[in-house]
Design a protein around this ligand. Sequence first.
Ligand SMILES: [Zn+2]
Length: 186
Amino acid sequence: MDRWGKLQTPLVVAVALLGGIIAPNVALAMALPGDEFVLTFPQLDPDTKFLSEYGVSKPDGRTHRGVDMFASRGSEVVAGADGFVQKVQQGSRAGLYIVLTHADGYESWYLHLGSFADGIEVGDPVAAGDVIGYVGSTGNAAGTSPHTHFEIHRNGRPIDPYPFLRASFERWVLSQQIEAGETPFR
Ligand SMILES: [Zn+2]
């Protein structure tokens, strides 16, 4: 169990106890981080490498607003959740990039793509796991190892995507283990 997992149980109990005193539904209303936006891991390369690096300073003085997911060039990038295509664009720094909008004010951003999925257009509905593009190194990532710079925005502002990525990666690995019969439960 990780640090968050250890914290979670007493926290839920405390919130539930408080909720019982103040109002019966407070415990349910107080979503824990990551509970309301459940991410599907947005790259299909199981060897994807990523670190917690949101908010670090970059050499040009700007702040890193996302997490870089390093993977094989050309591997699939998929929608992190159900939603709609908001942008399919090219920027000098971002390279080829896609922005998806989701429920509850969330957006997911995918930068430096090598190419877009065939026919993807602004306004298209997407389901979690749909292929939207392919890993590359366009824009200011030219010359670096292929990676997708991934961001999550909430109500117009970037938030740290790492906890979402980590949880979704763990769910993905576990589901593969279950499918392969490598766990004692089903
Ligand atoms: Zn980046």
